[in-house]
Design a protein around this ligand. Structure first.
Ligand SMILES: [Zn+2]
Length: 61
């Protein structure tokens, strides 16, 4: 599976925003790369349901 990589501009700010939507409690959270990794490892921060790559949506600015 090809992971979506956030590209950055010259100032190092991400050009994309990643939102996690929990498949269980339906909570939507804006996440950065570190939070994304944590959620993939530990599950939803709200209800601890297991999260998958497909639960993250990348939005280009
Ligand atoms: Zn949840």
């Amino acid at each position: 599976m090809s992971a979506a990589r956030a590209s950055v501009n010259r100032e190092g700010k991400p050009l994309t925003t990643v939102h996690f939507t929990c498949p269980d409690c339906a909570q939507t959270i804006e996440v950065n790369d570190a939070m994304r990794e944590t959620i993939l490892e530990s599950g939803c921060p709200v209800c601890t349901a297991t999260a998958a790559e497909e639960d993250f949506a990348v939005t280009c600015e």
